[in-house]
Design a protein. Sequence first.
Length: 457
Amino acid sequence: MSEQAVKTGQSVSELRCIGCCRIALPDRFRCEHCRDLLEIVFPGWDEQGPAGLNAEGLKQLWAERQSSFDPADRSGVWRFREILPEITTQEIITIKEGNTPVYELAHCAKSAGVQQLFAKHQGMNPTGSFKDTGMTVAASFARQAGYRWVACASTGNTSASMAAYAARGGLHSLVLIPEGKISWSKLSQSLDYGAITCQLKTDFDGCVRVLNEVVQKMPVYLLNSVNPYRIEGQKTVAFELLEQFGWEPPDHIIVPGGNLANSSAIGKALREMKQLGFISRLPKISVIQAEGANPLIRTIRETGGEKLVPVQAETMATAIRIGNPASWKKALRVIRESEGTVEQVTEIEIALAKAEIGAEGIGCEPASAVTLAGLKKLVKQGFVKANERVVLILTGHALKDAEFTLKFHRGDLFVGTPFESQSEVLQSQQRTPLVLEPNVDAVIHLLRTAEHGHKKD
Ligand SMILES: Cc1ncc(COP(=O)(O)O)c(C=O)c1O
Ligand SMILES: [Zn+2]
């Protein structure tokens, strides 16, 4: 593509370097001068709002679209298209992503020590993770730009999402995943949706290194989260959440941190919402990492955020098993701007939090549960007050990692690991599957025992 800018509604979007602020070509990922990441900006918004509408006009337009039958209006991403880069309608690849529910978590609130707690469940997207909201925009851009192939390195959810959107859009897809380090259900999704799926004998960061070279040598469009169009799509979760809250911002939004694109996207959305007059204050955005995959925490604590401290990542929450996060500078800016914080949680804390979310009938994958585990710590530290409104971003569906859940309930999850001796605290949440003879009395006896147990609760 030779054009310098992509049209969006009545304004224009540009790709700008987050370091030196130079403008880049629309299909680039890094600045050619300083190698920093790029982000999409909308220079026209300074003079007038998107499509010439102010916040009130946009709120009304987006609300009206909820009763429309137009496929773009039915998407919880494209319904907000005025704040996205323009894609020609025929090129939009949508599987009706977004439109995800907000649940109140009464028991988790109690266990964390806050009066009210909400979860925005991005695992309720078509492929079961938040990745779909970004993928619909980036895959559509790839098709509009004339690419036939798309590719990603992934801890599982990106590959599942990319494979689905490529299939829907008639594109070919290539997936690089770390062998043995992603859940079977995510791997099975990418196979089912027809991607060429390669398990590399390395970790996620190694897959990224290989892929970066492949895309330089072949006409393949990179759909990793360094892709700025993905960030734009992922912004919509914050618009949707605020709409669900009647445009009254919560006090805290808590996000799991892996490659740090999601926190960057949510922060960008809130910054834009403030700029456009939707809200007058920013919620505090806090990022939680697994203790074994904590490069952002180390970067802040050891270098004051000056220089990334990459780590050899290790956690059972495989979706966030990332040691060299691409979007760390963007996420850091969001945390600072919103006066949020970072925290890390142990494997045991993640497993316990996941079980607590499951026990409320909601469920999520392990990487999402770091949010509740992190919240508990932030409340203890006094960073989150008991009367503040908190939203956890649950990023993946419970069925994304059924093996983890089964092992947890069977009591096998930590056997033979360094955490085994601490795993006793999990027993109250474990529900072992029972095997019985096909005998009515045995089942009734079990029911009576269970009923008796519940009465004591
Ligand atoms: C379920 C889940 N949660 C959280 C993350 C982390 O998101 P990000 O890499 O944008 O920080 C991922 C990333 O793969 C994920 O799949
Ligand atoms: Zn630059």
